[in-house]
Design a protein around this ligand. Sequence first.
Ligand code: SF4
Ligand code: SF4
Length: 224
Amino acid sequence: MTGFGVLRGMGITLRQFIGTYRFGKWFLKLIGLDEGSGITTVAYPEVKQKHAENFRYFPFLVYDESPEDMRCVACKICEQECPPQCIHITMEKDEKGAPTKKFGRTYPAQFDIDVSICMSCRICVDVCPFDAIEMDNDYEVADYGRGPEMNFNRDKLLKSAEYFGKIKPTEHAEVEARLEPKRAKAKAAAAAAAAKAAEAAKPAEDKPADEDPSDAGSDKGDAS
Ligand code: SF4
Ligand code: SF4
């Protein structure tokens, strides 16, 4: 029948509306109808919907202890893989052109994402070998301009690993489990390097006397 679909749709809308309220739920149950999920819109911006953990908007850069301790090493893999080419990275270098390091790692002097172009595909996150970039849930980033206002720079993009843990606890736990063995390895290597440096810095008289070279071949017998 012509128009039946429209009436049916309006009936569903009416049922959802009634099902929003306690009395309405009771009434729907009484007449044997499914109470539905009720009104699903909210009075934004006063009320905000809670998003699913895998909701994603634009990417952000992760740091551990402080913003200086960023995980990104400026390898540029994400820049190369970003489909709309909206990431721009420059590695920090000294005056001779050699990469500068902080916390034993290279790092970006410039890391920009033009979010007016970003399509929230998450490819940058998936290709990063260092878990240095993640997807944010913050969608309140609108601005009146579409130029520099939408070009998020390194400092604006940096957010803590703790923040990541709050917005995406499951993914954060997976990343931490992945990073833990790498951190332990790096810690052991740093301790070994420090011990070696301390040994090298000892005064000559504190060091064990070198073996007498004439003793070196004593176990092998006289070759002549
Ligand atoms: S975010 Fe990851 S992939 Fe991109 S430059 Fe930094 S370390 Fe490399
Ligand atoms: S989410 Fe996609 S489009 Fe946005 S910066 Fe990452 S790779 Fe590029």
